[in-house]
Ligand binder design. Structure first.
Ligand code: SGN
Ligand code: CA
Length: 508
């Protein structure tokens, strides 16, 4: 790996100079929803059109091995805020958890060191944000068209337009009116590219001439992988023609979908003009089962990639805003998704599993003068590290109970990166993914499923990067298995995960 900073910048970064000599950097943290690295040009996404995210990657560090501790929305945001695993911050799943806003967050710590802080857009933590100078959030998942926002004064306000544009408009409004005597930290929470992938009207049809390559394991039979076999997130079985793919029999059927019904007449006319003929065309087609699954895959990819266009364009607007206002030089910009997503790998959409496509997340950081532009980093970093990293960059103290670690010393090659990553997914509902926890090292991944499915999986990622062959019971891997179980126990102890300990206690 290349060295990514000059001596002076490293000294600054490592706090070797007195803090008061530093100009505190501003921070813009952009968190999208369900945006897969496979759909980003800078990550090698084949048909991706993400010029603005690619620009950020050219100007910053692109993490090739950034991961999440629990691959689902609310839990990931709670980890980002607190720097603690789900079992410590209390937000384990989207079904029953409510974020305890009285606990400490990096936002509160930044506030103590003089920052102006704001969160605008998707939040999805059930309780109201605490400790921010300003917030304005989408209730729950929010809507693509004409979204409502929960305002800080308790009111609910409706905004006409497409959600990615509105979120950016509101973020810029806050920036325009902020107290310029203080450094700022702004979190922009995008709804895109979450289900049901409804593009802005200007982007409908943008990928109609693209045929996406089917992942090699699209027709996975899930042999030896029981949890993967029983899930309900496959494109062929679980993806719905109306709700997900907007193939409605008629206007009345479309009207039954809240997300479509809320469009204004002009938006609706464009929606009908685009999707109507595709849906009509289907009425005369006869598919084989495989052909139908492939048709759904293409439709899904086209909608998803078109939805991502507006996300990317609005990230470009953020970068332009910083340029125009002379802020780019002293502002850290991070772009990340709350987790990864399946683009047909294993036949799936959605996330949740500890398999690579959803465990990994895109993450790019631009820190002018401190991090060398165009760097590709392959250290193991996690969403758990965002809170301590930002506090480190701001010269603020990192609370000792934060479980993540600043990755600035790792980037400066002053410290070694972590060798193993711990994961725990709890939800046991929609999409029927069994709860599981596990550990990943450079070469291997060990997963323990419980509750819905009880069983172990072990992958040799060097020989089997797409995780198709569970070698847990393969005698050749006995030593590896023992080592990985010891590694897992070590991680459970290190992070003090009592739930995982209870599951294993009965078995080991
Ligand atoms: C909703 C979606 C699921 C999705 C979860 C979690 N169903 O429940 O497909 O996995 O959100 O998403 S939907 O019918 O409401 O679209 S997350 O981004 O919040 O983690
Ligand atoms: Ca998400």
């Amino acid at each position: 790996m290349k060295s990514i900073c000059t001596a002076i910048a490293c000294a600054l970064m490592l706090g070797a100079l007195p803090l008061k000599a530093q100009r505190k950097p501003n921070i813009v943290l952009i968190i999208s929803d369900d945006h897969a690295f496979q759909a980003i040009g800078a990550y090698g996404g084949r048909e991706a059109r993400t010029p603005n995210i690619d620009r950020l990657a050219r100007e910053g560090v692109r993490f090739n091995r950034a991961y999440v501790t629990n691959s689902i929305c609310g839990p990931s945001r709670a980890v980002i805020l607190t720097g603690k695993h789900s079992h410590k911050n209390g937000f384990k799943d989207n079904e029953h958890s409510r974020f305890d806003g009285s606990q400490n967050t990096f936002i509160k710590e930044l506030g103590k060191s003089g920052y102006n802080t704001a969160w605008i857009g998707k939040w999805h933590l059930e309780t109201r944000p605490e400790g921010f100078s300003y917030w304005q959030i989408l209730p729950g998942q929010g809507h693509y068209y004409n979204p409502d926002f929960q305002m800080m004064d308790g009111s609910r306000k409706n905004f006409e337009g497409y959600v990615s544009n509105v979120v950016e408009d509101e973020a810029e409004k806050w920036l325009n009116g902020r107290d310029t005597s203080k450094p700022f930290c702004l979190v922009i929470g995008h709804k895109a590219t979450h289900r049901t992938w409804i593009p802005d009207t200007t982007d409908m049809g943008a990928f109609e001439n693209t045929t996406f390559e089917l992942p090699a394991n699209f027709f996975d039979k899930y042999e030896g992988r029981e949890a993967a076999r029983i899930q309900e997130m496959s494109i062929s079985e679980s993806m719905r023609m109306g709700y997900d793919l907007k193939m409605f029999g008629d206007s009345a059927e479309a009207n039954r979908e809240g997300s479509i019904k809320r469009m204004n007449p002009a938006q609706r006319a464009k929606f009908d003009a685009f999707y109507g003929p595709i849906s009509d065309g289907l009425k005369t087609v006869r598919f084989t089962a495989e052909g139908f699954a492939q048709w759904k895959f293409q439709r899904y990819m086209r909608d998803y990639m078109s939805t991502a266009l507006s996300l990317d364009r609005n990230i470009g607007r953020t970068l332009d805003y910083l340029d125009r206002n002379g802020l780019a030089e002293n502002t850290i910009v991070i772009y990340m998704s709350d987790q990864g997503f399946y683009m047909g790998e294993h036949g799936w959409f959605d996330k949740r599993f500890m398999y690579e496509e959803s465990f990994r997340t895109p993450m790019i950081i631009r820190y002018p003068g401190n991090l060398k532009p165009g760097t590709v980093n392959t250290d193991f970093v996690m969403n758990l590290d965002i809170a301590p990293t930002l506090l480190d960059a701001a010269g603020a103290a990192i609370p000792s109970d934060m479980q993540g670690k600043s990755f600035l010393p790792v980037l400066a090659r002053k410290e070694n990166a972590r060798k193993a990553m711990y994961y725990h997914y709890y939800e046991n509902g929609e999409h029927a993914v069994s709860p599981h926890f596990g550990v990943r090292t450079e070469r291997y991944k060990l997963i323990r499923f419980y509750k819905r499915v009880n069983g172990w999986e072990l992958y040799d990622l060097k020989k089997d990067p797409s995780e198709m062959k569970n070698v847990f019971n393969d005698k050749k891997y006995r030593k590896v298995k023992d080592k990985m179980i010891a590694e897992l126990l070590g991680q459970i102890g290190k992070y003090d995960d009592a739930d995982a300990r209870a599951v294993l206690g009965a078995r080991l």
